[in-house]
Design a protein around this ligand. Structure first.
Ligand SMILES: [Zn+2]
Length: 194
C-alpha cells in the first residue's frame, strides 16, 4: 500500500467515525496569535504541546528556518492577512536549535539537483536570467540570527500597524524548552518612549 492509500484509508474512517468533532472551531484564532516557525518534523506535535496551543488557538506559518526572506513575499502576505482579516494581534517567530537551515550550502543544493538530473545548462540559463542562487538558497550561521532577521523584517514592515508585538523565541526540538530571544512588548514600550 502506498502512503497516499494509507492516508486515504485512514481518512475514510476518521470522517465516518466523526473523529473530527473535538477539533471543530472557527477561523478566528482564540489567542489572537500568529506563530512563524520551522517545518522541522520534530516540531509537528511538540511545539503546540510545549506552548499549550490547541486547534483554533493560533495561526501557524511554517517554512524552512522560520524565515521571512522578502518583505513582499508569501510569508509576509500571510502575516498581513492574519493581522487585518483574522484578528491576529501578536506574532511570535519560533526558531529551533539544530535547524537544517543553519549553514545551508547553496552549492550543496545545486550539486544535488544536478546529481538528480537537472542540467548545468539550466542553472546557467537561470543565472543569466538574473536568479541569484546564493541569495535565494541562503540559511543562517546561527538560529538566533535567523529569528532576529525575521522579527526585524516583520516589525519594520511598512504595512504592519503599530502596537503588534513581535516576539523572537528558540525552541529545543528535544525537550520543547523555549528561550526568549526578544520580547515584543518591551520593543513596543521602548518605541513609545523614544
Ligand atoms: Zn528548522
Amino acid at each position: 500500500m502506498t502512503l497516499l492509500q494509507e492516508i486515504m484509508n485512514h481518512n475514510t474512517v476518521f470522517v465516518r467515525e466523526r473523529q473530527y468533532e473535538p477539533f471543530q472551531t472557527d477561523l478566528m484564532p482564540n489567542k489572537k496569535l500568529l506563530i512563524l516557525t520551522c517545518m522541522d518534523s520534530r516540531l509537528v506535535e511538540l511545539l503546540p504541546r510545549a506552548m499549550d496551543l490547541r486547534n483554533g488557538d493560533v495561526k501557524i506559518l511554517k517554512n524552512a528556518g522560520a524565515l521571512v526572506t522578502h518583505p513582499f513575499g508569501s510569508v509576509m502576505r500571510s502575516i498581513l492577512v492574519a493581522v487585518f482579516n483574522l484578528g491576529v494581534c501578536e506574532i511570535a517567530v519560533v526558531g529551533h536549535h539544530g535547524c537544517g537551515m543553519t549553514g545551508l550550502s547553496c552549492t550543496g543544493i545545486l550539486d544535488k539537483a544536478m546529481a538528480r538530473g537537472v542540467s548545468p545548462a539550466t542553472l546557467t540559463t537561470l543565472r543569466n536570467s538574473g536568479i541569484d542562487f546564493e541569495q535565494w538558497l541562503r540559511g543562517f550561521d546561527k538560529v538566533e540570527d535567523g529569528v532576529l532577521q525575521s522579527v526585524e523584517m516583520i516589525r519594520r514592515h511598512p504595512l504592519l500597524p503599530s502596537g503588534i508585538p513581535v516576539h523572537g523565541l528558540i525552541i529545543s526540538p528535544e525537550t520543547g524548552k523555549l528561550d526568549l530571544l526578544c520580547d515584543g512588548y518591551v520593543q513596543i514600550q521602548e518605541a513609545a518612549t523614544v
